[in-house]
Design a protein around this ligand. Structure first.
Ligand code: EPZ
Length: 430
């Protein structure tokens, strides 16, 4: 298994181009099930998760062709017909967003059998809201032996979908199903994340009639068919925020390009409060920090436009070296502090009580072997390693490969000492 070795202490100076958003790309790829015409996605990130979903879509009948276009990596997805409506446990378990093929399969072919995803390391993550929404659109849902059997033989019908709390996945899933339903669907208390707006824009390019995306009320007038389209995946706001925090942690000056600063305003506000210089520009933002300790600040994760839960671990790494005590409240997932003991191995002083972590800033961190259980936790350890004395080795790099494209290369180009240790022989010693 590959590992990442980081030798701390180098300041970061240079430019990092941000890739297309993983969490948008995988929902946009699922949208290709809704039409027999080609969907061309540009600015595609090349990640383990997108490759993985590509393989699942191929089993369902999608032809997936990756290429390098004038605007960077692109993927052409063509689903002339759905050849199978079955998504097995082994695949959905490995990447839970695979569950979102259920809605489009149902909308296009009237039936699907998709495995329930089960829990994961950051929380139980049920899919009850997804299933209730599909039922509100007239689907008949039965659960047997860990599978969802869904049917809508005469097609889905528009309906009222009122979410009791905000769910990104359930909002996207409802969109992916309702665009081909008969009549009007109104979603209330919908998620407002930029990835929702991106999906709605792509669906509208395909001929859907979605309005209100990016606000809590989304209205969809169902259409009888969708066509192909070309759509550029929006920039990855979590990758943007992660490298912004890496620059703040290591010190130096890094320009993040091909992205949008407004997507991470809540993070920028907190970074500025802590003492980091952040300058937004047309193509992204520049993050600068020269010497001096940062000030501890408090954060509470919230749905967009609040502070993203996917940046909580990385922000905690930054706070581990700040002056004073920072309180970090996680409100989205019940178990998203798995990085705390690992940051502790590097010398951080953090205690957790329920959904609240108290981070007492220390003067310095020291490199160590660490292991992480999810994507964002892993990258928080990389960020901590950039500022730690000596060498930090992050195990289980496959988590990072799910969501960060060419991480070593991007950080290395700014002067970070980051290298991959190949698991098959090479420098690996387990
Ligand atoms: C998406 O997960 C992202 N994943 C997550 O990023 C992100 O952390 C999360 O949104 C919140 O921003 C993808 O887009 C693939 P939710 P999702 O439904 O859609 C509960 C990463 O690292 N809930 O908004 O699964 C749920 O358990 C990942 O890239 C129900 O109870 O998140 C959670 O507590 C990790 N029932 C809360 O709602 C449901 O039916 C919000 O989850 C659905 C969700």
């Amino acid at each position: 298994m590959d590992r990442i070795a980081i030798t701390g202490g180098a300041r970061l100076n240079g430019e990092i181009p941000i890739s297309g958003a993983k969490n948008s790309a995988i929902k946009l790829m699922a949208a290709s099930l809704l039409t027999e015409e080609p969907l061309r996605l540009t600015n595609m990130p090349r990640l383990a998760d997108t490759r993985f979903l590509g393989r699942l879509l191929q089993r369902l009948g999608t032809e997936v062709v990756e290429s390098d276009g004038a605007e960077g990596p692109e993927t052409l997805l063509t689903t002339r017909e759905i050849v199978s409506g079955f998504a097995p446990y082994d695949l959905v378990r490995q990447m839970r967003a695979s569950f979102n093929v259920l809605g489009p399969l149902l909308a296009r072919s009237g039936q699907a059998k998709v495995s329930l995803p089960g829990g994961c390391t950051i929380g139980a993550r049920p899919v009850d809201l997804h299933l209730k929404a599909l039922e509100a659109l007239g689907a008949k849902i039965d659960l047997h032996e860990g599978y969802v059997y869904a049917q809508a033989p005469r097609g889905l019908q528009g309906g009222q979908v009122e979410f009791p709390f905000v769910s990104v996945g359930a909002t996207e899933h409802t969109l992916l199903a309702a665009v081909l339903a008969h009549g009007e669907t109104v979603m209330t208390n919908a998620a407002c994340e930029p990835e929702i707006t991106d999906l709605a824009e792509c669906l509208n390019r395909m001929g859907a009639k979605v309005s209100g995306a990016g606000t809590p009320t989304i209205t969809i007038q169902g259409v009888s068919r969708l066509s192909g389209a070309t759509h550029a995946v929006l920039p990855d706001r979590i990758e943007t925020g992660t490298y912004a925090l890496a620059a703040a942690m290591a010190g130096g000056e890094v320009r993040l390009t091909r992205t949008r600063s407004d997507f991470i305003q809540a993070l920028i506000d907190k970074m500025v409060e802590a003492g980091v210089e952040v300058t937004p520009h047309n193509d992204g933002l520049t993050v600068k920090r020269n010497g001096g300790r940062l000030k501890a600040v408090e954060i509470t994760t919230d749905p967009y436009p609040g502070f993203a839960t996917d940046l909580q671990a990385q922000f905690m790494a930054l706070m581990s070296l700040a002056e004073g005590e920072s309180v970090i409240r996680e409100t989205i997932f019940e178990n998203r502090f798995m990085h705390v003991p690992e940051l502790g191995r590097l010398g951080a002083d953090i205690s957790v009580h329920g959904g609240e972590a108290r981070v007492r800033g220390v003067e310095s961190l020291e490199g160590a072997q660490v292991m992480a259980t999810d994507l964002r936790a892993s990258v928080s350890l990389v960020i901590a390693g950039l500022a730690a004395r000596g060498e930090t080795i992050v195990n289980r790099v496959y988590h990072l490969d799910r969501g960060f494209e060419r991480l070593e290369e991007k950080l290395g180009a700014c002067g970070a000492q980051v290298r991959r240790l190949k698991g098959d022989g090479g420098e690996e010693v387990e």
